[in-house]
Design a binder for this molecule. Sequence first.
Ligand SMILES: [Ca+2]
Ligand SMILES: [Ca+2]
Ligand SMILES: [Ca+2]
Length: 363
Amino acid sequence: MNKAGYGPIGVYVNLGYEPYPQNYNPLPDSEFDSYDPDPGFIKNTGLRTPLFTGGFLSSPLLNDGSYSYLLDSQDYTWLYNTVNYMAVAPFRPTLYPRGITRYSAALYAPPPPRSIQIVVNDKNQPQIFAARDEQDSPITYYFATDKNGNKFILGSIDSKYADDPSAPFAEAVLPRGWLKSAATFDQDLTIYPGYGDGNRRIFNQFRDNLTNNYFQVEFAANGRSVARGIPGLPLAGGNENDLIVGSEISEKIYGGRGDDSLFGGRGDDQIWGDDGDDLLFPGANKNSLWGGAGRDTFYVNTRGTNTIYDISTAEGDVLRLSSSRFAVVDTEDGALIKGPRLGHTLLLGIESADLIAGQNLIF
Ligand SMILES: [Ca+2]
Ligand SMILES: [Ca+2]
Ligand SMILES: [Ca+2]
Protein backbone atom coordinates (compact mmCIF):
# COMPACT_ATOMS: atom_id res chain seq x y z
CA MET A 1 0.00 0.00 0.00
CA ASN A 2 1.09 3.58 -0.52
CA LYS A 3 1.41 6.30 2.13
CA ALA A 4 -2.30 7.13 1.87
CA GLY A 5 -3.16 3.56 2.75
CA TYR A 6 -4.27 2.90 -0.79
CA GLY A 7 -3.51 -0.34 -2.56
CA PRO A 8 -4.79 -3.80 -3.32
CA ILE A 9 -5.80 -5.76 -0.23
CA GLY A 10 -5.54 -9.52 -0.61
CA VAL A 11 -7.85 -11.63 1.54
CA TYR A 12 -6.97 -15.16 2.66
CA VAL A 13 -9.33 -17.64 4.31
CA ASN A 14 -8.93 -20.95 6.15
CA LEU A 15 -10.62 -22.95 3.41
CA GLY A 16 -9.42 -25.21 0.66
CA TYR A 17 -10.60 -27.02 -2.42
CA GLU A 18 -9.52 -30.14 -4.22
CA PRO A 19 -6.85 -30.69 -5.27
CA TYR A 20 -5.57 -29.59 -1.86
CA PRO A 21 -2.07 -28.14 -1.69
CA GLN A 22 0.78 -30.13 -0.19
CA ASN A 23 0.77 -30.03 3.62
CA TYR A 24 -2.72 -28.50 3.59
CA ASN A 25 -3.25 -27.25 7.12
CA PRO A 26 -5.96 -24.61 7.60
CA LEU A 27 -6.30 -22.81 10.93
CA PRO A 28 -9.05 -24.54 12.97
CA ASP A 29 -11.98 -22.21 13.68
CA SER A 30 -11.42 -22.79 17.39
CA GLU A 31 -7.94 -21.27 17.11
CA PHE A 32 -9.07 -18.09 15.34
CA ASP A 33 -9.45 -15.94 18.46
CA SER A 34 -5.95 -16.66 19.71
CA TYR A 35 -4.31 -16.59 16.27
CA ASP A 36 -1.70 -13.89 15.79
CA PRO A 37 -1.20 -13.14 12.08
CA ASP A 38 2.17 -12.52 10.48
CA PRO A 39 3.44 -8.93 10.08
CA GLY A 40 1.65 -7.21 7.21
CA PHE A 41 -1.60 -9.08 7.87
CA ILE A 42 -4.58 -8.23 10.03
CA LYS A 43 -7.41 -10.46 11.19
CA ASN A 44 -10.73 -9.90 9.50
CA THR A 45 -13.83 -10.43 11.59
CA GLY A 46 -14.78 -14.08 11.99
CA LEU A 47 -18.27 -13.04 13.03
CA ARG A 48 -19.91 -12.59 9.63
CA THR A 49 -22.71 -14.96 8.61
CA PRO A 50 -23.45 -15.10 4.88
CA LEU A 51 -27.09 -15.08 3.75
CA PHE A 52 -26.11 -16.90 0.55
CA THR A 53 -24.27 -20.08 -0.41
CA GLY A 54 -21.57 -20.68 -3.00
CA GLY A 55 -17.96 -21.78 -3.18
CA PHE A 56 -14.96 -20.03 -4.67
CA LEU A 57 -14.33 -21.17 -8.24
CA SER A 58 -10.73 -19.92 -8.31
CA SER A 59 -8.33 -17.57 -6.63
CA PRO A 60 -8.38 -14.02 -8.07
CA LEU A 61 -7.40 -13.68 -11.74
CA LEU A 62 -6.89 -17.42 -12.20
CA ASN A 63 -8.78 -19.86 -14.40
CA ASP A 64 -11.71 -21.67 -12.83
CA GLY A 65 -10.41 -24.56 -10.73
CA SER A 66 -7.04 -22.89 -10.05
CA TYR A 67 -6.28 -21.79 -6.52
CA SER A 68 -3.29 -20.28 -4.80
CA TYR A 69 -2.47 -20.68 -1.15
CA LEU A 70 -0.27 -18.90 1.32
CA LEU A 71 1.79 -20.68 3.97
CA ASP A 72 2.23 -18.55 7.09
CA SER A 73 5.09 -18.67 9.60
CA GLN A 74 3.03 -20.99 11.81
CA ASP A 75 2.63 -23.48 8.94
CA TYR A 76 -1.06 -22.73 8.37
CA THR A 77 -2.30 -22.70 4.78
CA TRP A 78 -4.64 -19.96 3.63
CA LEU A 79 -6.66 -19.81 0.44
CA TYR A 80 -6.20 -16.59 -1.55
CA ASN A 81 -9.86 -15.77 -2.19
CA THR A 82 -10.29 -12.09 -2.96
CA VAL A 83 -8.40 -8.92 -3.71
CA ASN A 84 -10.06 -5.58 -3.25
CA TYR A 85 -9.78 -1.82 -3.16
CA MET A 86 -11.66 -0.01 -0.42
CA ALA A 87 -12.57 3.54 0.53
CA VAL A 88 -14.96 5.24 2.92
CA ALA A 89 -17.51 7.51 1.23
CA PRO A 90 -18.56 10.14 1.89
CA PHE A 91 -15.31 10.64 3.79
CA ARG A 92 -15.31 13.26 6.53
CA PRO A 93 -11.70 13.70 7.75
CA THR A 94 -12.80 15.56 10.89
CA LEU A 95 -14.19 12.28 12.25
CA TYR A 96 -10.72 10.69 12.14
CA PRO A 97 -7.27 11.31 13.57
CA ARG A 98 -4.96 13.38 11.41
CA GLY A 99 -3.36 11.38 8.62
CA ILE A 100 -6.22 8.93 8.12
CA THR A 101 -7.36 8.98 4.49
CA ARG A 102 -10.52 7.70 2.85
CA TYR A 103 -8.53 4.54 2.13
CA SER A 104 -6.89 3.91 5.48
CA ALA A 105 -10.23 4.80 7.13
CA ALA A 106 -11.62 1.59 5.65
CA LEU A 107 -9.17 -0.41 7.77
CA TYR A 108 -9.19 1.93 10.75
CA ALA A 109 -12.79 1.53 11.94
CA PRO A 110 -16.33 0.72 10.76
CA PRO A 111 -17.73 3.58 8.67
CA PRO A 112 -19.51 6.29 10.70
CA PRO A 113 -23.27 6.82 10.33
CA ARG A 114 -24.21 8.15 6.86
CA SER A 115 -20.95 6.85 5.40
CA ILE A 116 -20.24 3.49 3.84
CA GLN A 117 -17.15 1.49 3.10
CA ILE A 118 -17.11 0.83 -0.65
CA VAL A 119 -15.31 -2.35 -1.65
CA VAL A 120 -14.52 -3.16 -5.28
CA ASN A 121 -13.82 -6.82 -4.85
CA ASP A 122 -12.32 -9.36 -7.25
CA LYS A 123 -13.88 -12.64 -6.17
CA ASN A 124 -14.79 -15.66 -8.30
CA GLN A 125 -17.82 -16.72 -6.30
CA PRO A 126 -21.34 -16.96 -7.73
CA GLN A 127 -23.67 -16.42 -4.79
CA ILE A 128 -27.02 -18.14 -4.40
CA PHE A 129 -29.74 -16.49 -2.36
CA ALA A 130 -32.34 -19.18 -1.67
CA ALA A 131 -35.97 -18.22 -2.17
CA ARG A 132 -37.17 -20.46 0.66
CA ASP A 133 -35.83 -21.73 3.96
CA GLU A 134 -35.77 -25.31 5.24
CA GLN A 135 -39.43 -25.02 6.34
CA ASP A 136 -40.32 -23.90 2.78
CA SER A 137 -41.17 -20.40 3.99
CA PRO A 138 -40.12 -17.48 1.79
CA ILE A 139 -36.96 -15.74 2.98
CA THR A 140 -37.02 -11.96 3.19
CA TYR A 141 -33.98 -10.18 1.75
CA TYR A 142 -32.93 -6.59 2.31
CA PHE A 143 -31.80 -4.03 -0.24
CA ALA A 144 -30.18 -0.63 -0.30
CA THR A 145 -30.43 1.63 -3.35
CA ASP A 146 -28.44 4.80 -3.94
CA LYS A 147 -29.88 7.92 -5.53
CA ASN A 148 -28.63 6.87 -8.99
CA GLY A 149 -30.33 3.46 -8.86
CA ASN A 150 -27.39 1.27 -7.91
CA LYS A 151 -29.10 -1.48 -5.90
CA PHE A 152 -27.42 -3.81 -3.41
CA ILE A 153 -28.58 -6.91 -1.57
CA LEU A 154 -27.61 -7.49 2.06
CA GLY A 155 -25.39 -10.55 1.77
CA SER A 156 -23.85 -11.06 5.19
CA ILE A 157 -24.49 -9.92 8.74
CA ASP A 158 -23.14 -10.22 12.26
CA SER A 159 -23.48 -13.85 13.34
CA LYS A 160 -25.37 -12.83 16.47
CA TYR A 161 -28.25 -11.71 14.19
CA ALA A 162 -28.20 -14.84 12.04
CA ASP A 163 -31.85 -15.56 12.85
CA ASP A 164 -33.07 -12.06 12.09
CA PRO A 165 -31.25 -10.02 9.41
CA SER A 166 -33.93 -7.34 9.67
CA ALA A 167 -32.37 -6.15 12.96
CA PRO A 168 -28.88 -5.16 11.70
CA PHE A 169 -30.50 -3.82 8.51
CA ALA A 170 -32.80 -1.58 10.53
CA GLU A 171 -29.77 -0.26 12.42
CA ALA A 172 -27.90 0.67 9.23
CA VAL A 173 -27.60 4.44 8.81
CA LEU A 174 -26.97 4.82 5.08
CA PRO A 175 -25.78 7.95 3.25
CA ARG A 176 -28.37 10.61 2.49
CA GLY A 177 -30.57 9.81 -0.47
CA TRP A 178 -30.25 6.02 -0.12
CA LEU A 179 -33.40 3.93 0.18
CA LYS A 180 -34.01 0.68 2.01
CA SER A 181 -36.36 -2.05 0.82
CA ALA A 182 -37.18 -5.70 1.43
CA ALA A 183 -38.43 -8.48 -0.84
CA THR A 184 -38.93 -12.22 -1.18
CA PHE A 185 -38.15 -14.21 -4.33
CA ASP A 186 -40.24 -16.69 -6.33
CA GLN A 187 -37.08 -18.58 -7.16
CA ASP A 188 -33.49 -18.62 -5.98
CA LEU A 189 -31.42 -15.62 -7.00
CA THR A 190 -27.87 -16.25 -8.15
CA ILE A 191 -25.64 -13.23 -8.51
CA TYR A 192 -22.37 -13.28 -10.42
CA PRO A 193 -19.35 -11.02 -10.41
CA GLY A 194 -18.81 -8.86 -13.51
CA TYR A 195 -16.81 -11.15 -15.79
CA GLY A 196 -13.90 -9.39 -17.49
CA ASP A 197 -10.72 -10.03 -19.41
CA GLY A 198 -7.83 -11.70 -17.60
CA ASN A 199 -10.24 -13.64 -15.36
CA ARG A 200 -11.35 -10.43 -13.70
CA ARG A 201 -14.42 -11.12 -11.49
CA ILE A 202 -15.68 -7.94 -9.86
CA PHE A 203 -18.34 -7.49 -7.22
CA ASN A 204 -19.20 -3.96 -6.20
CA GLN A 205 -19.87 -4.17 -2.48
CA PHE A 206 -20.29 -1.93 0.51
CA ARG A 207 -20.51 -2.18 4.27
CA ASP A 208 -22.28 0.13 6.68
CA ASN A 209 -20.57 -1.42 9.68
CA LEU A 210 -18.05 -4.22 10.26
CA THR A 211 -20.42 -7.04 9.41
CA ASN A 212 -23.28 -5.87 7.15
CA ASN A 213 -21.95 -6.61 3.67
CA TYR A 214 -23.97 -5.76 0.53
CA PHE A 215 -23.50 -6.85 -3.09
CA GLN A 216 -24.59 -4.93 -6.17
CA VAL A 217 -27.52 -6.48 -8.06
CA GLU A 218 -28.69 -3.58 -10.26
CA PHE A 219 -26.71 -0.84 -11.95
CA ALA A 220 -27.59 2.84 -12.35
CA ALA A 221 -29.32 3.64 -15.64
CA ASN A 222 -27.57 7.02 -15.66
CA GLY A 223 -24.15 5.35 -15.64
CA ARG A 224 -23.05 6.68 -12.27
CA SER A 225 -21.29 3.88 -10.45
CA VAL A 226 -21.17 3.81 -6.67
CA ALA A 227 -17.39 4.26 -6.81
CA ARG A 228 -17.57 7.25 -9.15
CA GLY A 229 -15.28 10.12 -8.18
CA ILE A 230 -13.14 8.09 -5.77
CA PRO A 231 -9.57 7.99 -7.14
CA GLY A 232 -8.25 4.46 -7.50
CA LEU A 233 -11.55 2.61 -7.30
CA PRO A 234 -12.53 1.05 -10.65
CA LEU A 235 -15.96 1.67 -12.12
CA ALA A 236 -17.16 -1.86 -12.78
CA GLY A 237 -20.31 -2.91 -14.60
CA GLY A 238 -22.15 -6.21 -14.46
CA ASN A 239 -22.82 -8.85 -17.07
CA GLU A 240 -25.77 -7.05 -18.68
CA ASN A 241 -25.58 -4.06 -21.02
CA ASP A 242 -24.18 -1.24 -18.92
CA LEU A 243 -23.75 2.46 -19.31
CA ILE A 244 -20.77 3.68 -17.30
CA VAL A 245 -20.00 7.37 -17.25
CA GLY A 246 -16.56 8.22 -15.98
CA SER A 247 -15.79 11.42 -14.15
CA GLU A 248 -13.14 14.14 -14.44
CA ILE A 249 -10.58 12.00 -12.60
CA SER A 250 -8.36 9.28 -14.05
CA GLU A 251 -10.08 5.96 -13.66
CA LYS A 252 -10.36 2.36 -14.72
CA ILE A 253 -13.67 1.41 -16.31
CA TYR A 254 -14.68 -2.24 -16.72
CA GLY A 255 -17.70 -3.05 -18.88
CA GLY A 256 -17.92 -6.75 -18.00
CA ARG A 257 -20.03 -8.95 -20.25
CA GLY A 258 -22.85 -7.44 -22.27
CA ASP A 259 -22.90 -4.64 -24.83
CA ASP A 260 -21.63 -1.73 -22.81
CA SER A 261 -21.34 2.01 -23.44
CA LEU A 262 -18.30 3.36 -21.62
CA PHE A 263 -17.44 7.04 -21.32
CA GLY A 264 -14.10 8.07 -19.84
CA GLY A 265 -14.67 11.78 -19.35
CA ARG A 266 -11.62 13.81 -18.40
CA GLY A 267 -8.51 12.36 -16.84
CA ASP A 268 -6.24 9.62 -18.10
CA ASP A 269 -8.61 6.68 -18.31
CA GLN A 270 -8.20 2.97 -18.87
CA ILE A 271 -11.33 1.50 -20.43
CA TRP A 272 -12.03 -2.20 -20.88
CA GLY A 273 -15.06 -3.19 -22.95
CA ASP A 274 -14.62 -6.88 -22.10
CA ASP A 275 -16.85 -9.47 -23.79
CA GLY A 276 -19.75 -8.11 -25.86
CA ASP A 277 -20.17 -5.45 -28.55
CA ASP A 278 -19.05 -2.36 -26.72
CA LEU A 279 -18.90 1.35 -27.43
CA LEU A 280 -15.85 3.08 -25.98
CA PHE A 281 -15.80 6.85 -25.70
CA PRO A 282 -12.43 8.12 -24.45
CA GLY A 283 -12.14 11.68 -23.22
CA ALA A 284 -9.68 14.44 -24.02
CA ASN A 285 -6.63 13.25 -22.09
CA LYS A 286 -4.37 10.21 -22.35
CA ASN A 287 -6.39 7.02 -22.59
CA SER A 288 -5.74 3.30 -22.86
CA LEU A 289 -8.48 1.23 -24.48
CA TRP A 290 -9.24 -2.46 -24.73
CA GLY A 291 -12.35 -3.55 -26.57
CA GLY A 292 -12.14 -7.20 -25.52
CA ALA A 293 -14.05 -9.86 -27.44
CA GLY A 294 -16.95 -8.79 -29.63
CA ARG A 295 -17.49 -6.16 -32.28
CA ASP A 296 -16.37 -3.02 -30.53
CA THR A 297 -16.54 0.59 -31.64
CA PHE A 298 -13.98 3.14 -30.55
CA TYR A 299 -15.12 6.75 -30.83
CA VAL A 300 -12.39 9.31 -31.39
CA ASN A 301 -13.77 12.80 -31.21
CA THR A 302 -11.48 14.79 -28.99
CA ARG A 303 -7.93 16.06 -28.91
CA GLY A 304 -6.89 13.29 -26.58
CA THR A 305 -4.09 10.77 -26.94
CA ASN A 306 -5.41 7.24 -27.17
CA THR A 307 -3.80 3.85 -27.38
CA ILE A 308 -6.03 1.01 -28.53
CA TYR A 309 -4.43 -2.25 -27.46
CA ASP A 310 -6.60 -4.83 -29.18
CA ILE A 311 -8.38 -3.41 -32.19
CA SER A 312 -9.26 -6.38 -34.36
CA THR A 313 -10.53 -6.01 -37.92
CA ALA A 314 -11.22 -9.77 -37.89
CA GLU A 315 -13.68 -9.27 -35.02
CA GLY A 316 -15.27 -6.36 -36.84
CA ASP A 317 -14.01 -3.65 -34.52
CA VAL A 318 -14.62 -0.15 -35.82
CA LEU A 319 -12.89 3.14 -35.31
CA ARG A 320 -15.22 6.12 -35.64
CA LEU A 321 -13.64 9.53 -36.17
CA SER A 322 -15.70 12.66 -35.72
CA SER A 323 -13.64 14.57 -38.29
CA SER A 324 -12.57 13.70 -41.84
CA ARG A 325 -9.41 15.77 -41.44
CA PHE A 326 -6.83 13.19 -40.41
CA ALA A 327 -3.74 11.34 -41.52
CA VAL A 328 -2.76 7.72 -40.93
CA VAL A 329 0.92 7.08 -40.33
CA ASP A 330 2.50 3.66 -39.97
CA THR A 331 4.81 3.44 -36.96
CA GLU A 332 6.84 0.61 -35.43
CA ASP A 333 3.99 -0.10 -33.02
CA GLY A 334 0.99 0.30 -35.27
CA ALA A 335 -1.08 2.73 -37.24
CA LEU A 336 -1.18 6.24 -35.82
CA ILE A 337 -4.16 8.41 -36.64
CA LYS A 338 -3.84 12.11 -36.09
CA GLY A 339 -5.84 15.15 -36.98
CA PRO A 340 -6.31 18.72 -35.74
CA ARG A 341 -9.56 17.81 -34.00
CA LEU A 342 -8.72 14.21 -33.26
CA GLY A 343 -5.49 14.24 -31.30
CA HIS A 344 -3.43 11.07 -31.62
CA THR A 345 -4.77 7.55 -31.61
CA LEU A 346 -2.34 4.63 -31.87
CA LEU A 347 -3.80 1.33 -33.03
CA LEU A 348 -1.33 -1.22 -31.75
CA GLY A 349 -0.49 -4.06 -34.13
CA ILE A 350 -2.45 -2.64 -37.06
CA GLU A 351 -1.11 -1.28 -40.34
CA SER A 352 -2.74 1.54 -42.25
CA ALA A 353 -3.46 -0.92 -45.08
CA ASP A 354 -5.70 -2.87 -42.67
CA LEU A 355 -8.00 0.11 -42.29
CA ILE A 356 -10.75 0.30 -44.84
CA ALA A 357 -12.74 3.52 -45.06
CA GLY A 358 -16.42 2.94 -44.55
CA GLN A 359 -15.80 -0.49 -43.07
CA ASN A 360 -13.55 -0.43 -40.02
CA LEU A 361 -12.65 3.23 -40.31
CA ILE A 362 -15.65 5.52 -40.36
CA PHE A 363 -15.51 9.30 -40.47
CA1 LIG B 1 -21.69 -5.16 -18.81
CA1 LIG C 1 -12.18 9.94 -16.29
CA1 LIG D 1 -16.05 -6.10 -26.32
